[in-house]
Design a protein around this ligand. Structure first.
Ligand SMILES: [Zn+2]
Length: 93
């Protein structure tokens, strides 16, 4: 899952959705605590600042620790949000 892309996404971003307002919804893995292993997938809108956390399932023995389902949920939220969020990204200059 380490495909090379020519774009300059921020480190850790595993998915990005363009909103109708011209911002983006970035999907990253995150930690619930500074010293913990990643255990949730977060979708964050750079336009309006909304975000949605999807915690990984904790079923013992699952090969992916529930990550696949959380990523799917995060991507669905990002897709839906990107479709109607008209907030502009904050200028970085
Ligand atoms: Zn938004």
């Amino acid at each position: 899952m380490t495909t090379q892309t020519p774009t300059t996404w921020p480190a850790g971003v595993i998915g990005r959705y363009l909103t109708v307002g011209g911002a983006s919804v970035d999907i990253t893995h995150d930690n619930p605590a500074p010293d913990a292993e990643p255990s949730l997938t977060t979708a964050h809108c750079t336009g309006c600042g909304r975000h949605m956390d999807h915690y990984w399932a904790t079923h013992v023995g699952r090969y992916d620790n529930g990550r696949t389902g959380a990523e799917r949920a995060a991507r669905e939220w990002a897709q839906t949000h990107a479709g109607h969020c008209r907030a502009l990204p904050k200028p970085t200059a």
